[in-house]
Design a protein around this ligand. Structure first.
Ligand code: F3S
Length: 755
């Protein structure tokens, strides 16, 4: 679907030379991850080796994918860049804003009613700026990307953490915040700390009830939710090549659950089969010509301990089906007796109320066909469903083909609900309860990736367990969390004891994929005449106006808040119900810093308005300062702005008139986001100066007109009693970033350069 074969051929044309250069500078054989990273350097061929886990490096990704929730602010920002078209092939996918309630037809229609202004906005911006648009119902971003755009040896970024799914087709694909995507769309490099490398050697072969999902559930048990942080996980060995491409996608997808930067597999025959089955013969042919560069050098896999920072080995022949949960994806339990004991000890409800199959993790044709083989057995053996079953196909192509092949019909005979080809219950878009907060304690099993409290249905008492699609189907039929399909019998409607046989399925549809309308809308060749309409009265969308430069004369500023302790991007810009306003900067700014703890009274969202001496919520106080033309600063503790890379956490204070954030230390991405928005992100030279700052201070910047790289700044804090402290602060702005500050934002500068 409009994938860019010329771009792929260009990547392959230069891969040999770039890999050779990387081998030379590193002086060693290369892992696949290193080959992809070094062949996507912004500056071309490698000139020096990078330190893993230390050096920040500029990359040139091949593609960008955005989902409908995060795309809103990303595209609003991109519109500020003054570009005619995106610099890198980009797609937008409408999948997060569709509720699962009664079934695909009605649910899709109701999403179109409630979110049409967002969908229309995304469609028109895509049309205007050369972005491929996948309309609501076309499918889940990562399944659609795997089917249409992912290619071995490529690098992509996406504004969603499960972008990593494309590692199943041999990419380095990484989830990023909107600001990073905007940079790349606007033709700028993308910066990443050169990752560490974890090798996972897979020996043996999957069989019977064990699925690719169990591999990643096992890896999650071993590495835990933090074990992959800052690393690329590279899978290899005979167990890897024996697995389907979409199965590899499942494993890479859940790499996000162990915190990994991304995961990947070397190019093999399963990938070639998948490329050919998804109508990309030319990509397969091109990949075959450079295949030695699309996997690690042989010495690496022969001697992995020497080349990876950490190596794990899993024998697939010994791996059994697992259930991970509840509330965390790394708590792993074997099916059967172990689960009985654990559930009793922890008071987990053993009765299962729902089985859900789908999400970007497990919604391929193979997943649906294997799960349907269990559903068919339930019908043949006269078993009645003990739990309800819901299915979210990953794409319209998968859905159409699965319907044609009778797979969906099997589920329907068991009264399963076929939801829209969208995220649905995976992201809380599941209208399961009218009052989720007070809903009863219960267990569900799903084939998704995340199972945090409230994630699927908003009910804090729902115990969600993650399993393969086939095990999810079997457990839904049995209605028992501790059902072991390998050993346990079930009683059918005639009172007979029956057992399931092993699941079977098709890696790829035997009659090929088919689809009538995949849901893709190509952008106009010349979109300059396309109007992007945003209603001025919309509460969900607001066009951005360029930020005015702050200037170098900051005098008489006031302290908005001195944040105490942890202050993550969630404290700065809360999620939950606020996500509705993520395309409307002024409305979402009403959550600005409402989660931060005020150091003077240890309360949240309760700060002093120095204009009238009264206490009020942070956004209200800040709006009062803004109305009075008084600049403000925010002071923070260590690792300020850690957490998600959400750009709203920098844009909101900027929009409301905060000029500087001064902290003991920053989370790097947030610090960069502040710089991009044309603000000052500063750190105390002496951390103890944090304590000198008082609630009623008036703040004067003494030497901002001399703002230059590697030179500290001095700020005068005039206290209420007239005494003063001059505090020295550090910064990490380089020349280019100082220009961002001077122009008001990085996008203002890009726009100026494009004028
Ligand atoms: Fe959607 Fe869930 Fe994947 S929200 S993108 S299906 S993780």
């Amino acid at each position: 679907m409009a994938f860019d074969i010329d771009m792929i051929k260009k990547v392959y044309a230069q891969v040999a030379e770039r890999v050779d250069a990387a081998r030379e500078v590193t002086g060693k054989p290369l892992t696949l991850a290193e080959k992809i990273l070094y062949s996507h350097l912004w500056d071309g061929k490698a000139k020096n080796a990078f330190k893993r886990g230390k050096d920040y490096v500029d990359f040139a990704p091949d593609r960008i994918a955005c989902q409908d929730a995060t795309a809103q602010m990303a595209l609003l920002q991109f519109m500020q860049a003054g570009k005619k078209k995106v610099a890198v092939p980009t797609t937008v996918h409408c999948d997060h804003l569709i509720q699962a309630k009664v079934g695909a037809d009605k649910d899709l229609k109701s999403a179109m009613d409630t979110s049409s202004e967002v969908f229309n906005f995304l469609e028109s911006v895509s049309d205007k700026y050369g972005i491929g648009f996948w309309k609501p119902g076309a499918g889940i971003i990562h399944q659609v990307v795997l089917e249409n755009y992912a290619f071995p040896g490529g690098m992509m970024i996406g504004t969603d953490s499960h972008t990593v799914n494309a590692g199943g087709l041999g990419m380095v694909a990484i989830g990023v915040g909107g600001a990073d995507a905007v940079d790349v769309m606007a033709g700028m490099p993308w910066e990443l700390k050169f990752p560490k490398l974890i090798g996972v050697k897979l020996t043996g072969k999957l069989s019977g009830w064990t699925a690719p999902k169990d591999v990643i559930l096992k890896v999650a048990e071993i590495l835990t939710v933090k074990g992959g942080t800052g690393a690329i996980v590279e899978y290899f060995g005979p167990g890897a090549t024996s697995m389907s491409c979409t199965g590899k996608g499942t494993i890479c997808n859940m790499g996000a659950e162990i915190g990994a930067t991304t995961s990947t597999f070397g190019y093999d025959e399963s990938m070639e089969r998948y490329l050919r089955a998804t109508d990309r013969e030319d990509v397969a042919d091109a990949a075959n010509k450079v295949k030695e560069h699309l996997t690690a050098d042989p010495e690496v896999y022969a001697n992995p301990e020497q080349y990876f920072d950490q190596v794990i080995e899993i024998n697939l022949s010994e791996l059994g089906p697992l259930l991970n949960g509840p509330f965390t994806p790394d708590l792993s339990t074997e099916v059967g007796v172990t689960m009985t004991e654990k559930a009793k000890a922890n008071d987990w409800p053993l009765q299962v109320e729902w089985g859900l199959i789908g999400s970007c993790t497990n919604s391929s044709y193979e997943d649906l066909s294997r799960a349907s083989s269990i559903a068919q057995q339930a019908l043949d053996k006269g078993l009645k469903m003990k739990a309800e079953l819901g299915i979210n196909p990953g794409s319209e192509q998968v859905r159409y083909t699965a319907e044609r092949d009778g797979i969906l019909g099997i589920f329907e005979k068991l009264d399963a609900k076929i939801f829209t080809n969208a995220c649905g219950p995976c992201i809380g878009q599941w209208a399961r309860y009218s009052d989720p907060k007070n809903a009863p304690k219960n267990s569900i099993v799903h084939s998704f990736n995340r199972n945090f409290a409230k994630r699927a249905d908003g009910n804090p008492n729902t115990h969600a367990f993650v399993a393969s699609p086939e095990l999810t189907a079997a457990i839904a039929v049995s209605g028992r969390l501790d059902f072991n399909p390998l050993t346990d019998k079930l009683i059918n409607e005639e009172g007979q004891e029956v057992m399931f046989e092993e699941p079977t399925g098709w890696e790829l549809p035997p009659k090929g994929f088919e689809v009538e309308d995949a849901g893709y809308i190509a952008p106009q060749e010349d979109g300059s005449g396309v109007e992007v309409n945003v209603s001025p009265t919309s509460e969900r969308l607001q066009l951005l106006t360029p930020f005015e430069p702050i200037g170098n004369e900051i005098k008489g500023a006031k302290l908005l808040i001195k944040a105490f302790g942890k202050c993550t991007t969630d404290h700065i810009s809360m999620a939950g119900p606020w996500l509705r306003y993520r395309g409307h900067l002024d409305n979402i700014s009403n959550n600005c810093l409402i989660g931060a703890v005020n150091a003077y009274n240890k309360k949240t969202n309760f700060v002093k308005n120095q204009l009238n001496g009264e206490y009020d919520g942070v956004p209200n106080v800040q709006r009062a300062y803004k109305a009075a033309g008084v600049p403000t600063i925010v002071v923070g503790d260590h690792n300020y702005g850690e957490g998600s890379s959400r750009e709203h956490a920098a844009m909101e204070p900027r929009h409301l008139g905060v000029v500087a954030v001064i902290v003991k230390s920053f989370a790097r991405i947030h610090e960069t986001n502040l710089k991009k928005q044309g603000m000052l992100g500063l750190t105390f030279v002496n951390e103890s100066d944090y304590d000198k700052i008082q609630e009623d201070d008036t703040i004067n910047f003494l030497d901002l007109h001399e703002f230059s790289p590697e030179k500290t700044l001095n700020i005068e804090f005039v206290h209420a009693d007239g005494s003063k402290d001059i505090i020295e602060v550090n910064h990490t702005y380089n020349h280019a970033q100082i220009e961002w500050f001077k122009e008001g934002s990085a996008l203002n500068l890009i726009k100026k350069q494009n004028a």
